[in-house]
Design a protein around this ligand. Sequence first.
Ligand code: MRU
Length: 357
Amino acid sequence: MEVRPVRWDGDALVLIDQTQLPHRYVEVRYTSWQEVAEAIRQMVVRGAPAIGAAAACGLALAALQVRDESMRSFRAEWASAAEALARTRPTAVNLFWAIDRMKRVLETCRTPDEARRRLRAESEAILEEDVQANRAIGRHGQMLIPDGARILTHCNAGALATAGYGTALGVIRAAVEAGKRVRVYADETRPRLQGMQLTAWELVQEGIPVTVITDNMAGMLMCRGEIDAVVVGADRIAANGDVANKVGTYSVAVLARYHAIPFYVAAPISTIDLSVADGSGIPIEERAPEEVTHVGGARIAPEGVQVINPAFDVTPAELVSAIITEVGNALPPYTASLAELVAKRLGEDSGDGGTAG
Ligand code: MRU
């Protein structure tokens, strides 16, 4: 079964409700941008590229919802939907990338009808391009994975976190498709357990061997020589190669460096934010304390305890062995290599084949 967490069905946007996996596979239909914004906030849909794609589709729905036939009021009402969607989650830059892309389409539309048609087409293009980008990430990344590799991953950077195929899990899928034998170790990823509930679910569906570990077991496995590579996704990559990803990624990267294990980040170019010089400029989402104090709806912490819940952390570029993108693998120093890959992607989009590499 091909996992498509964000897809169109007629005029409805269909999302896999990721809050219910692995117990129940439920698809929910959405016909308003307000519902889509809430789905992003509640993490029905999550993962940087999937959030961006869902927001783009939400904006296509917004265009259907705006009844006004004057272009001026259409733009104003649509813009308030775009602003609200941009406030849902702050860290994954793909959200803002997708909204900007939709805004650029609207700028060149002359009538609401044209806008409705072209915004829907743009959202479909974003979905399709993301799957293609992930397959290309897989092709580039799998070359770094040796046969027999035991690979640690954190959180879920799989099909569920994208429009399909996945970034970090895309690399693993591509290695398997290339005939390599792999075993995946999935960090459970507290507090929301995306590793245990989503990564493990995806890999089990596909028959890729997966072992779930609690987050505090990674060091012990590395020390015993049982991990050959780490592959993770990213929510935002700064111009210098600092990587924001699910909280706990930094600890894994430090452990990997100590044990001389390669630490790879797989992400599409849309996750690279050259406007942010380094990781200190990346906003880190703080989520509700209940995600930490409760598991499965039951309180596990004493009343009265202080809690922090940063959803992401920043891994410094110096701990990253390579950044795998759809246009190739960036190596240190990242300031130069990322700028080159971004220019190459822009060149491909504008049809001149790129300015680099
Ligand atoms: O809070 P989440 O579940 O949206 O966080 C997801 C991650 O941190 C992923 O690793 C990242 O978005 C990359 S997804 C290809």
